[in-house]
Design a protein around this ligand. Structure first.
Ligand code: LLP
Length: 431
């Protein structure tokens, strides 16, 4: 079990709270996040890095779960954020993150995005020369300075799902290393733009350490070159990507720890800084590692169908957790009210969406399960609620935050009125 969970008298607990009681109190489906686990994760990651260098900044990848409450939890610990949209920027500011700890990322920013970043004094990771020129025009118009980095594509193959490998040669992200010096030169010549950073992100759910060390090497080589051009580097941002062990049980994933990450990456960073005579801050953007394991999705069994296989039909589907349908991701499932009962059946947990692919967990060994049981889907904290939708006109479920024995809403359930609030009838549809 992840640290956020425990089994007590046959029930699954999150912190000191019985998840079965939470399901009764708040209804299902329901996301439950253990705040103390998130805090512990943050402190552990930061401490692992600070063993090597003092000048370290963690930027939480807000896309993993952009609830401003959770952002506030991390802001109180000193985190900044990687934001990818105006919405994430708003959430980060609302959660109390200071502007100087934010980085506006993205390969397809609008002029409104760039303008907002400049106006809020937020650093930008510029993804193309075209974007740089647009930013130049905006800053000249506003007569306001902006600090930038470029997103570099280190062209590294990483062992993960191809949809989330971002640092490969043909990815849409970043500028190849061989073209980067021209980009920095052009930035240096812009009146209001100061290039002060470098950024990369090689992919997500990476279960090996080596690619991070290789990426660090590539980045630091570029760092040396851009320093020679006259760039004074304030930060080098290595992105996120550290994976978590979604497979638990008998044959668990071997997921690298932040300590292992630091041990592989930091010496490369420190040596290269020394060699180049520079001392930029070390930035990193973990999303999944910060919040992934902290959260379960609770869902109730609507019916059990025994045909050629056994289907456990629950009230949450890919509308609330799309990862299994989208990336064939594995999430462990536990029957929360029978958490220590022995496995008796092999069953497939399916959601209420009208698509065959609406499977949360296929062919799992589970205890005898009946209508009304509560199934917990584990490790749902990253890209769970954040990627949810209202497909099939299902309002999104609430999110509850647990801290010790306290459990309260951090987001209420959507209503049908919320869902239809944006509908407008064209004139010829009105009476
Ligand atoms: N920084 C940048 C620029 C990113 O694009 C991402 C993730 C991160 C940081 C955080 O990566 P993490 O530490 O969470 O791996 N929806 C997919 C994952 C997409 C990740 C997108 N970018 C999933 O559910 O697996």
């Amino acid at each position: 079990l992840p640290e956020s969970l425990a089994i007590k008298s046959g029930h699954l607990y999150c912190g000191d709270v019985d998840t079965v009681q939470l399901a009764e109190k708040f209804g299902t489906p329901l996301y439950i996040t253990n705040e103390r686990h998130v805090i512990k994760n943050y402190r552990r990651f930061e401490a692992a890095l600070k063993k090597y260098v003092d000048n370290v900044q963690l930027l939480y990848a807000a896309k993993a779960n952009e609830n401003p409450v959770l952002i506030q939890t991390l802001a109180r610990e000193g985190a900044g954020a990687d934001v990818f949209s105006l919405g994430e920027l708003r959430a980060a500011l609302e959660g109390g993150m200071p502007a100087d700890k934010l980085l506006f990322n993205g390969s397809s920013k609008t002029q409104a995005d760039l303008r907002a970043a400049v106006e809020h004094g937020i650093k930008i990771s510029v993804d193309s020369v075209d974007e740089l020129r647009q930013l130049d025009a905006i800053t000249q118009e506003l007569k306001k300075p902006v600090k930038i980095g470029f997103r570099i594509n280190p062209e590294i193959n990483v062992p993960t799902h191809p949809k989330i490998a971002t640092g490969i040669k043909n990815s849409k992200f970043g500028i190849p290393a061989e073209m980067i010096l021209d980009a920095y030169k052009e930035a240096l010549a812009c009146k209001y733009i100061t290039p002060v950073g470098m950024h990369c992100h090689i992919g997500s759910q990476i279960l090996e350490i080596e690619p991070f060390a290789i990426a660090c090497g590539v980045m630091m080589k570029v760092a040396k070159e851009v320093t020679k051009l006259g760039v004074k580097l304030e930060f080098v941002d290595f992105g996120g990507g550290l994976g978590i062990p979604y497979h638990r049980g008998e044959n668990p994933d071997k997921a690298p720890t932040p300590e292992e990450y630091a041990a592989a990456v930091m010496p490369v960073f420190v040596a290269a800084c020394k060699e180049a005579g520079i001392s930029p801050a070390f930035w990193v953007e973990p999303g999944r590692w910060m919040v992934g394991e902290s959260t379960v999705l609770l869902t109730k069994v609507n019916s059990v169908k025994r045909v050629h296989k056994t289907f456990i039909n629950v009230d949450a589907g890919f509308n609330l957790l799309i990862r299994p349908a989208m990336y064939d991701s594995w999430h462990e499932v536990i029957v929360a009210n029978k958490a220590d009962a022995p496995a008796k059946i092999t069953a497939t947990v399916t959601g209420p969406i009208c698509e065959t692919g609406d499977i949360l967990a296929a062919d799992r060994n589970l205890p005898e399960t009946v209508t009304g049981d509560i199934v917990a889907v584990l490790d749902a904290g990253a890209y769970g609620y954040a990627m949810s939708s209202q497909y099939n006109s299902r309002p999104r479920c609430p999110e509850v935050l647990v801290n010790g024995d306290k459990a309260e809403l951090m987001r209420r359930a959507e209503t049908y009125e919320d869902m239809t609030a944006t509908v407008v009838y064209p004139s010829w549809h009105r009476k």
